[in-house]
Write a protein that binds this ligand. Structure first.
Ligand code: URA
Length: 439
């Protein structure tokens, strides 16, 4: 069938066959289908949606547009994790070592910071010497030896997604739940793990702003994963407040180490324990209660921290900064943000907190920008806390003093203070499995 007819079929609410979708994606990737026709198809999907069969076919076609990583050289069950992105989200640095120290392999490809959200690869590169680009042999060897390895995405993973995402970005079709699900899950299928844990963030710092949308996205992704033969579970976790207290690359590594030492903030520790226990559960380590206990033990007995150190060493990083986080390079400038009035912090616009950190130098305005690994924010107060006028709410760090003006303006505008304490919100809203949604 010609592309014209496929567009018309979707525009009229019909469903495409697996073959039609596969041919269409292949044709788009090899250039025989032009951008303008694919753009029309994406817009039709935006309004008409896709069936379960269509999303699976599209995800598999996009996954197969490039390399499909074969992890069979790594012994045992391999578990992957994906976060839809947030502010202060350093969970991979904590969860992957916990899971590895419990005997389940994590061979993970992560991304760099995007917009207001940080990226695991940038965080890891704040560890002096740490290599995020490894040969396949070295990657497998590290996972077999350390139980885990985290690297940047390899060259030819899902080129179809790169092309589609760039087109969606300029045709107002990014915020389509089936298209987001296809985009994320194509990369997860190509990355090769047996089980996939999805951390779908919800709230002002997340891609999905409402719990309802987050659950819909999670359901689509879990269905795709399970239909593709991968065990898949999603947790809907709060991103209406930054996770933990530290935002920024080396600041987040420091907080991850503190959490693995058992001294982390409660919210971060709890989310990490829940993510890790679901990964252990999928890998067959026992019932959920036993897996949760295992994850907590891995923090308490120090074995998870040892796993992080082993990975850092294996990937060329300076392990002395993990052993003593005071050895991390410090930002040259520090500034306190003071409360303009007394009252309760009722809301923090979390996206704006992420942008403020980026403005301090922790993120990039363009792809070519260099990152200031020491830059970022340490929150001293968060939503629900009472503050006195003039009390320190946060510390800002940067190596370029001029950056304080814009960053502080952004951060100040993100914080709401009022007389009444806000209602407490859950940290984890729901768990989505193939059997349904549990709140
Ligand atoms: N993240 C992705 O990888 N793809 C999307 O479409 C949206 C968020």
């Amino acid at each position: 069938m010609r592309m014209y007819e496929l567009i018309m079929k979707k525009r009229n609410g019909g469903a495409l066959s697996k073959e039609e979708i596969t041919d269409m994606i292949n044709g788009y990737v090899d250039g025989t289908i032009p951008d303008y026709q694919m753009a029309a198809f994406l817009m039709a999907v935006y309004f008409r949606g896709m069936t379960e069969e269509e999303t699976l076919a599209m995800t598999q076609a996009v996954a197969q547009s490039g390399d499909m990583v074969d992890l069979s050289a790594i012994e045992g069950v391999k578990v992957d994790k994906h976060s839809t992105g947030g502010v202060g989200d350093k969970t991979t640095l904590i969860v992957a070592p916990i899971v590895a120290s419990c005997g389940v392999k994590v061979a993970k490809m992560s991304g760099r910071g995007l917009g207001h959200t940080g990226g695991t690869i940038d965080k890891l590169e704040s560890i002096p010497g740490f290599q995020t680009s490894l040969s396949q042999e070295k990657f497998f060897e590290t996972v077999n030896k350390a139980g885990l390895s985290v690297i940047g995405q390899t060259g030819n993973l899902t080129p179809g997604d790169k092309k589609l995402y760039a087109l969606r970005d300029v045709t107002a079709t990014v915020d389509s739940i089936p298209l987001i699900a296809v985009s994320i899950m194509s990369k997860k299928l190509a990355a090769g793990s047996d089980c996939i844990l999805l951390d779908v963030k919800t709230g002002s710092g997340a891609f999905m702003k409402t719990v309802e949308d987050s659950i819909r996205l999670a359901e689509e992704m879990v269905t795709i994963g399970e239909n593709a033969g991968r065990r898949t579970i999603a947790l809907i976790t709060d991103m209406d407040i930054p996770l933990g207290n530290n935002i920024g690359n080396s600041l987040e590594v420091i907080e991850a180490v503190e959490t693995l030492q058992g001294n982390g903030p409660e919210d971060l520790t709890e989310v990490c324990v829940q993510l890790a226990s679901n990964m252990l559960f999928m890998a067959g380590k026992g019932e959920m209660d036993a897996c949760e206990e295992m994850a907590r033990q891995a923090i308490q007995n120090g074995s998870a921290l040892e796993s992080l150190k082993t990975m850092v060493k294996a990937q060329g990083g300076d392990v002395s900064v993990i052993e003593d986080t005071d050895r991390f390079e410090k930002a040259v400038y520090r500034k306190e943000v003071l409360a303009p009035r007394s009252g309760y912090i009722t809301h923090m616009d979390t996206e704006a907190c992420g942008i403020a950190s980026s403005l301090l130098g922790a993120g990039r305005a363009t792809k070519e920008d260099a990152i200031d690994y020491t830059a970022g924010i340490i929150l001293k107060k968060k939503t629900g806390d009472y503050v006195e006028r003039g009390e320190c709410i946060a510390e800002l760090f940067t190596s370029d003093e001029k950056r304080f003006v814009a960053a502080e303006e952004k951060f100040d505008a993100a914080i709401c203070i009022a007389d009444e304490a806000p209602n407490e919100k859950p940290l984890i809203y729901a768990r989505v499995t193939k059997d349904g949604v549990r709140h």
